[in-house]
Design a protein around this ligand. Structure first.
Ligand code: PNS
Length: 164
């Protein structure tokens, strides 16, 4: 029984994340998406909004659930008795940071493995920061995120004082 965690900020979930979720759900028996409540990084969407958007877009998967967590990922994995962390790699530049994180996590929770899934080429340029920037200038994010998320991004920035 392979229980895996796919952790992240998901501020907001993108089509790239969704592709990783789809592929990871075929590898793991149970996939838990762990949404980090980050103390240091301020997020555009609240925890509730991020979790709700994820729940909407993974509703069709029988073995995928969404949970929020605070603190160390290693502690979250230990509490859930999960043996694998899934992370997507978009480009070679992601690897150094991801490798260090994986080593720290397995030092904190021995036996915890990280499985890196390379982003499909069509998603390798997509990031949550990029879609937020596009949305902040009134651009259409529909190519990069699920429709429900594109709508919420539009609503978030509607009426804001954008560019001076
Ligand atoms: O989507 P992100 O923001 O790249 O995800 C980063 C995340 C949430 C996976 C990472 O910041 C994390 O695991 N944070 C929890 C705190 C932690 O365990 N830090 C030690 C790992 S080096």
């Amino acid at each position: 029984m392979l229980r895996a965690i796919y952790p992240g900020s998901f501020d907001p979930v993108t089509n790239g994340h969704l592709d990783i979720i789809k592929r990871a759900s075929r590898i793991a028996d149970e996939l838990i998406i762990g949404v980090l409540k980050n103390k240091t990084k301020s997020s555009l969407f609240s925890m509730e909004e991020r979790v709700t958007m994820l729940e909407q877009v993974v509703a069709g998967y029988g073995n995928v659930s969404v949970m929020s967590f605070e603190g160390l990922l290693a502690g979250f994995a230990r509490r859930l008795d999960a043996g694998v962390v899934i992370r997507g790699l978009r480009a070679a530049g992601d690897f150094t940071y991801e490798c260090r994180m994986s080593q720290a996590n397995s030092a904190l929770y021995p036996g915890l493995e990280t499985l890196f899934l390379p982003a499909a080429p069509e998603y390798s340029h997509i990031s949550s920061s990029m879609v937020k920037e596009i949305a902040s200038y009134g651009g259409d994010t529909g190519l990069f995120v699920p429709q429900t998320v594109a709508l919420q991004l539009k609503q978030k920035f509607a009426g804001r004082d954008l560019v001076s």
